[in-house]
Design a protein around this ligand. Structure first.
Ligand SMILES: [Zn+2]
Length: 87
């Protein structure tokens, strides 16, 4: 079985973590952004422990998924901006 959170982010740079907070907020974080911030030795589990929810500013990540992004960031970010117009 999978070891929960033991994967190094440096081996999945083209993925993103889709985080779900206890407050109900959810959204993606790019793996490369996490590596840029905390270095390439960080694991998925450590990143989850450090990341804050952008809505409620707490660290109550309740669930997460690792999803593959590949080269389609541009399209993805465009779609995202279209649906969230709060900022
Ligand atoms: Zn939250």
């Amino acid at each position: 079985m999978l070891k929960r959170g033991g994967t190094r982010l440096s081996v999945i740079p083209e993925h993103q973590l889709w985080l779900e907070c206890a407050c109900g907020h959810n959204g993606p974080v790019q793996v490369v952004d996490i590596i840029a911030k905390w270095g390439d030795q960080i694991t998925v589990g450590e990143a989850i422990a450090r990341l804050r929810c952008s809505a409620c500013r707490t660290k109550q990540i309740k669930d997460y998924r690792i999803t593959y992004v590949g080269g389609s960031w541009g399209a993805l970010r465009g779609a995202e901006q279209g649906s969230t117009s709060s900022k």
